[in-house]
Design a protein around this ligand. Structure first.
Ligand code: C5P
Length: 401
């Protein structure tokens, strides 16, 4: 890292025994060329003195939210804006809970809320605490909010327990930071269009046909792509997922609406990812009045909906197209067929059925392209979205080579 590329990193230290490793971490960060400012919680100061961190970082340590003197030197908002990265190591169960719920009752938690810098945390706690559902739920919330988790390692703990909960070693944290930094701008300048969720095909003004897709996978990909620097347009079917910040969302209802919206946006996109569970058929007739239940039998005539993904790959051959394949059997075989039949660049295939795929928070994918394949094991959809995008990005860059 040269002088002009110097990155500002805010190292947050919370109150755990692993705080003693933060001194070495500060030294290594500086060695990597980072300009380091340290912010400690009150509890952290019980484990390691601010003086040590001040000497190593060569800057006064930030401790209090309501300290007029400290605020006049560098206020909390200024500190939040100064940081290109935030790294919290060690990060306790308590601080994870605070971040997950948006608390701002000390300097570090306030800076985390006030900054738009990527946040990385290296949790450290007793193995039983790490396993606790409350902690794991909070970690999932953080992942959903885009926080990178440097998962703790297994081993002997200060309390004598053996299990997962030890903070990563400082050199491992440096390696993880380098990886997330490389990925963080990987899709900069890339225009990405994505469909998500289910479509709703009206039968009459009150009834419709739809499916079980929640849109979670598509939303996770849209959010991850945005965090990797892409300009993202999300064409969303029905659902009640909140709009991820920093991207454009166009809400549609039917397959036909989605088709029109996608074709309009496709002219201005580099990568198209179709995660939407588009209804295959829609009623030929849409009654303008509510159908009365007078008949004993009712027949609905359905017609095939346009295939949005196949149309994009046909009409815009320069766009890198990624399709999804949800199957209950012969996963790989059907996915390969889809790759060829729809002339796609990539297919992400997943099992659906009992407890798999739709409306779950975790998923696994088999990703296939013309001359390759990669298995992404079961993990939270947010993490899976990132892993998938790394593969998409690599293949997208190789497309015309
Ligand atoms: O043909 P099948 O529905 O199995 O293909 C699934 C893939 O095609 C998904 O990526 C889905 O978003 C996309 N698709 C589409 N338009 C349709 C049907 C599926 O874009 N009408």
């Amino acid at each position: 890292m040269t002088k002009s590329q110097t990155k500002n990193i805010l190292l947050g230290i919370t109150g755990g025994i692993a705080a003693y490793k933060s001194a070495e971490l500060t030294r290594l960060l500086i060695k990597q060329g980072y300009s380091v400012r340290v912010c400690m919680t009150q509890a952290a100061t019980q484990f390691i003195t601010p003086l040590t961190l001040q000497a190593l970082s060569t800057h006064p340590v930030h401790l209090d939210l309501l300290d007029t003197q400290a605020e006049s030197a560098m206020g909390h908002i200024e500190l939040a804006r100064w940081a290109d990265h935030i790294l919290i190591a060690p990060c306790t169960a308590d601080f994870i809970a605070k971040m997950a719920h948006g608390f701002a009752d000390d300097l570090l938690s306030t800076v985390c809320l006030a900054s738009n810098a990527p946040v990385n945390i290296a949790p450290a706690m007793n193995q039983q605490m790490w396993k606790h559902p409350a902690v794991q739920n909070n970690v999932q919330t953080l992942i959903a909010n885009g926080v990178n988790i440097f998962e703790p390692a297994a081993g002997e703990q200060a309390c004598g327990d053996i299990g997962v909960g030890r903070m990563l070693e400082p050199s491992e944290i440096i390696d993880r930071l380098a990886i997330t930094e490389t990925h963080s701008r990987q899709l900069a300048g890339v225009k990405l269009l994505i469909t998500a969720g289910a479509t709703r095909e009206a039968i009459d003004p009150v009834r419709y046909l739809t499916n079980r897709s929640s849109g979670k996978m598509g939303y996770a990909i849209a959010q991850a792509a945005q965090q990797m620097g892409a300009e993202v347009t999300l064409i969303s079917g029905i659902g009640c997922l909140p709009k991820p910040s920093g991207l454009t969302r166009i809400s549609v209802e039917s397959a036909n609406d989605m088709y029109q919206a996608v074709l309009k946006q496709a002219e201005n996109c580099d990568i198209f990812i179709a995660t939407a569970a588009v209804a295959d058929y829609s009623p030929v007739q849409q009654n303008t009045h509510k159908i009365k239940k007078t008949a004993n039998h009712l027949q609905l005539e359905l017609q095939k909906n346009p295939d949005i993904l196949a149309t994009v790959s046909q009409q815009f051959p320069n766009i890198f197209t990624v399709g999804f394949a949800a199957e209950t059997d012969n996963l790989i075989q059907y996915a390969r067929q889809k790759l060829t039949n729809k002339k796609l660049d990539m297919v992400a295939a997943n099992w659906v059925g009992k407890d798999k795929g739709f409306d779950q928070t975790e998923n696994a994918l088999e990703v296939l392209w013309k001359d390759g394949q990669c298995s992404l094991p079961t993990m939270p959809k947010q993490q899976l979205a990132k892993e998938l995008l790394y593969l998409v990005e690599k293949n997208y860059r190789n497309k015309d080579k």
